[in-house]
Design a protein around this ligand. Structure first.
Ligand code: ATP
Length: 346
């Protein structure tokens, strides 16, 4: 049985559809990350599951039971928001145990659960502090502990790390990954951070304009994007795109090559596209070589630190056929080129 099952889920605000028929099954213990451009409907979808937004159509099942007629508190899920939404006049322990007190649990049980949840996110020493005396990362851990203390079937996260600085974000991200492993919790997590999506997800669901564009493992989406939209969305720097006719690839409209798959040679090398190095970004571990081709296409190659390319230099750019992504006019992936299919090559 799926932990969460969404079918035909739709939402309109005053006749403007923002979620347009989403079907998705999330297995028990699965970590699913929802990504997509701003305004594509991620948060709305999460809020519908949490019971904070009404549905226009469709059904939501949690552990097999339809929850659309249940209040948020009855859905056996807990949500962690971007703004931690802690009560400033309550201690850490008070915040973590708040929902349990409201639910009328016995004091000893509340105490036990608060301590266990605090220990899970390493907050044991801070139970008597007030939120104002905590760092941003600690406040977010209180919000996570508060969710855990309710022992929900499902945890929903809405951009939980976006208020944290880069170092804390990484630290908390690793903690969430550890938490997922330890608790085997079912998690649905919204972010617009690609690194979070790639590193945390068992499965990424990429939304575009109210619909699921592609769902799959992070590597599935990165290595075999089903559409041009997916190819463009994942990867930093973004995938390089060329008109397919220019590349001598009939049948396709657009061809994509990721920056790490471009091979650079000096200008005397035969074959490939002629290009000039416009400028170089030194990132320490890698160098991003920004190039302008003869046909005025701007492309970026990711090269190892210490590679010799300098601004102003003329180069030849090539690639291996298996690294090409081909798309038709509608932006749909064309299956691998015949020469990439071993059975056809024979
Ligand atoms: N209460 C509302 N009334 C009207 N329109 C809304 C309401 N809430 C959201 N929308 C619209 O619905 C669309 C989807 O919003 P949503 O917040 O789900 O997007 P998102 O993918 O989470 O975006 P972001 O990454 O920017 O948070 C947007 O166009 C937004 O303006």
């Amino acid at each position: 049985m799926s932990a969460i099952s969404l079918s035909g889920l739709a939402k309109s605000y005053r006749d403007v559809p923002v979620v347009k028929g989403v079907d998705l099954d999330i297995a028990e213990g699965e970590f699913v990350v929802l990504v997509g451009p701003s305004g594509c409907g991620k948060s709305t979808l999460l809020k519908m599951i949490a019971g904070l937004e009404e549905l226009s159509a469709g059904d939501i099942r949690i552990a097999g039971r339809s929850v659309v007629d249940l209040a948020p508190a009855e859905r056996e899920l807990a949500m962690v928001f971007q703004s931690y939404a802690l009560y400033p006049h309550m201690t850490v322990a008070g915040n973590i145990g708040f929902a349990l007190r409201i639910a009328g649990l016995p004091r000893a049980e509340i105490d036990r659960r608060v301590r266990a949840a605090a220990a899970t996110v390493k907050l044991e020493g801070l139970l008597d502090r007030y939120p104002r005396a905590l760092s941003g990362g600690q406040r977010q851990r209180v919000a996570i502990a508060r969710a855990l203390a309710r022992q929900p079937k499902v945890l929903l996260f809405d951009e939980p790390l976006s208020n944290l600085d880069a170092a804390l974000r990484q630290e908390t991200r690793v903690e969430i990954a550890r938490l997922h492993k330890a608790l085997k919790a079912t998690i649905l997590y919204v972010t617009h951070d690609q690194v979070e999506a790639m590193t945390l997800a068992d499965r990424i669901v990429l939304m575009n304009n109210g619909r699921i564009e592609q769902a799959g493992t992070p590597l599935d989406l990165y290595e075999r994007p089903a559409t041009l939209f997916v190819a463009r969305f994942l990867g930093t720097p973004a995938i390089n795109l060329f008109g397919a006719a220019r590349m001598g690839l009939p049948g396709a409209a657009t061809v994509g090559i990721r920056p790490e798959h471009l091979l650079l040679e000096d200008a005397t090398h035969p074959g490939g596209l002629a290009a000039r190095v416009e400028f170089v970004e030194e990132l320490g571990d890698v160098r991003l070589i920004h190039l302008l081709t003869e046909a005025d296409e701007k492309i970026v190659a990711k090269q190892p630190a210490g590679s010799p390319w300098q601004a102003g230099q003329s180069v030849r750019v090539s690639w291996r056929t298996e690294h090409l992504h081909r798309f038709d006019l509608a932006g749909q992936r064309l299956d691998d080129a015949p020469e990439q299919r071993p059975e056809k090559a024979a």
